[in-house]
Design a binder for this molecule. Sequence first.
Ligand SMILES: [Fe+2]
Length: 359
Amino acid sequence: MSNSDTIGRRGFLAGAASLAAGATLVGRTPASAVPVAEGVTKFAFPTDRRVRVLVTGDAGTGTRTQWAVADAMRAFHGREPFSLALGLGDNIYEHGPGGAADVQFADKFENPNAGLDFPWLMVLGNHDNSSVLGGDGGWLLRGNLEVEYHATSQRWWMPSRYYSVRIPERNPVVEFFVLDLNPLAAYVPPVFSPYWAVDGQFMNEQRDWLDRALSDSPAIWKIACTHHPYLNNGPHGSAGCYEGLPIEPINGVHVKRFIEDHVIGRCQFILSGHDHSLQVLEPTAASKGTRQIVSGAAAKTVGAEPRITANPGLGALYENFHELGFMVLELTGDAVDLRVHTVDLASGASAEAFRRRLA
Ligand SMILES: [Fe+2]
């Protein structure tokens, strides 16, 4: 049994003790990307120049709701095949995996998504990095287990905590920049570990990597993928006023700064989850043309919960807080088209709720 298989409770306690002692426990960065295990063949990335992306988020419950939405995705895939998928975080509720071979990967990812046989670009969410309370984001090292799972799964793509993928690889139509902003957004901030701090090694390396990757990118469309949204009309709020809280840093002020310094004006889109809703927001004056899209309703919805009062109420082409669903982003060299599909849990029926050429 490998070390990662036994990390669970014992690993957590050992890690917590190391942290208290000031030891550095490092994240899986592109410099320490996980190789694919011998004998494992990953699903291939598409090579054509029409890229149809399944956009999902907050899916990892393993419950009937996840299956209902996945059934609708399978039906769509039967009519119009997807090229690849995005899983925008909270991949394994409630606390994340207990090891890289945890059965939760089968129950909450592989089995519900059977037949959706293409690469899934996965983003780390707060639930994937939790310690005591599900979603607290207080045990960042746990996210490394989801990176290690990259080695053995055909569909799960997460070679490091942050990474980019060009589609197609040569002369790309689109490049996805998958980010790990969990150290900036945790409800239990990593205050005892300089490595994970706002200006610590992990975030500084990620900033440098992103700046370089964006300026080197030959892609026509550049898309940042984060779990925590920059802009958001849902109850979690926008970065800088997460949860309507005036308390730094859990109000997301550092997420706001990161995105404003490194992402907006350089990527056409930010795709995020976290809020269990479907939102196609309008760019704001501050966002320099970058459009925020939220797709986090693949297993849960916000429901009747009202919007948080601290939120300014951003302009939206479409927003839906009470229905399950997924999005389909279609990219060519000339255009970007988005569709939103909602799913009715009782009947399992799926309907197109929104369709628009965004660029
Ligand atoms: Fe979340």
